[in-house]
Unconditional design. Structure first.
Ligand code: NAD
Ligand code: LMR
Length: 342
């Protein structure tokens, strides 16, 4: 069987995540923006999961062919396509996990915040439909700028009277995936063993890898810490520049998003040992949204894990204080946008 190797915390997902004709659970997953660069690869990875019985693919265009193609894979889930606003509601009925990678990606020279004007409205409309059709679902927001789109989603859900902060997630898994890869390369460690918590947000200096909390315990020089931190913070831009106008990370993002979906499904299925980093409503700092490790369970977030933020090094503590003003502005920008919609 072909196996995808997720990171250590997802080891159980690895065991499940293989070609299989035998469904092990019957969860429904919807991908909104499924014909895009992330959407297509993510749909393929979700199609490989034996925990999924229905995979609903929604986009404003080009999704029919993607679904026809994917539906020929002999894995348990049934694939259905939904095109355009008139079919959006049906794509969401009875869904357990909604993943949202819809929206425009960066080109060289742009910040993630430069995507706000287009993507804020897309996320608003899609989350409105989620509120109307599957308000109990776990919602995974990938569309950038995540630091603002998650607060937008929260406000929309509040306006609809269905906000459950335990079920709204900004997908920051790619930051963890990158941190694990770069640390393992730098220190010659076995990839499967390495786990670095990444906290804060998902843009530039708001991405804060806590290298002192790396498992297994590793010692870094000050130079290594600075070099690795900056590389992890700029990894998205590294890909945007390499793609030279053709978009941003799609394959590594799909891999990371599939890991987060698989973790969510395992939690929904009753696994009591599921932890992931995610950008969520939080009281770990004075900011209302903050990425940290969270424990996932059947009802969403069971606990935020505060211990990662305790005993930080001076470098990490300073970086944490430095990211707060930028993250605060991005959160407030999202909240203000959503509140103007009423
Ligand atoms: P893409 O342009 O390849 O695909 C986007 C898809 O969204 C397209 O198929 C498009 O038709 C669809 N779309 C546009 N408006 C829509 C709407 N209203 N409803 C449904 N679908 C709609 O872009 P991509 O490379 O897949 O990136 C998508 C988003 O993900 C971007 O905003 C990008 O910045 C973000 N992203 C986030 C992370 C992260 O770590 N969270 C990583 C990579 C990319
Ligand atoms: C990433 O981190 O790769 C994404 O947020 C896409 C981007 O614009 O960098």
């Amino acid at each position: 069987a072909l196996r995808a190797s997720f990171a250590p915390r997802a080891q159980k997902a690895n065991q499940n995540f293989q070609y299989s004709l035998q469904p092990q659970a019957a969860f429904k997953v919807a991908v909104l923006g499924a014909a895009g660069g992330i959407g297509q690869s993510l749909a393929l990875l979700i199609k490989m999961s034996p925990l999924v019985s229905s995979l609903n693919l929604y986009d404003i265009e080009n999704v029919k062919g993607v679904a026809a193609d994917l539906s020929h894979c002999n894995t348990p889930s049934q694939v259905q396509d939904f095109t355009g606003a008139s079919e959006l509601g049906n794509s969401l009925k009875g869904v357990n996990v909604v993943v949202i990678p819809a929206g425009v990606p960066r080109k060289p020279g742009m910040t993630r915040d430069d995507l706000f004007n287009i993507n804020a409205g897309i996320v608003r409309d899609l989350v409105t439909a989620v509120a109307d059709n599957c308000p109990d679902a776990f919602i995974h927001i990938i569309s950038n700028p995540v630091n603002s789109t998650v607060p937008i989603a929260a406000e929309i859900l509040k306006q609809k009277g269905v906000y459950d902060p335990k079920k709204l997630f900004g997908v920051s898994t790619l930051d963890v995936v990158r941190a694990n890869t770069f640390v393992a390369q730098k220190k010659n460690l076995k990839l499967i063993d390495v786990d670095v918590p990444v906290v804060g947000g998902h843009a530039g200096i708001t991405i804060l890898p806590l290298l002192s909390k790396t498992k297994p315990s590793v010692s870094f020089t000050d130079g290594e810490i600075h070099e690795l931190t900056v590389r992890i913070q700029n990894a998205g831009t590294e890909v945007v520049e390499a793609k030279a106008g053709a978009g941003s990370a799609t394959l590594s993002m799909a891999y990371a998003a599939a890991r987060f979906v698989e973790s969510s499904l395992r939690a929904l299925d009753g696994d009591g040992d599921v932890y992931e980093c995610s950008y969520v409503q939080s009281d770990l700092t004075e900011l209302p949204f903050f990425a940290s490790r969270v424990k996932l369970g059947r009802n969403g977030i069971e606990a935020l894990i505060p211990s990662d933020l305790q005993g930080l090094t001076e470098y990490e503590q300073k970086s944490l204080e430095a990211l707060k003003p930028e993250l605060k502005v991005s959160i407030e920008k999202g909240v203000t946008f959503a509140q103007k919609q009423t």
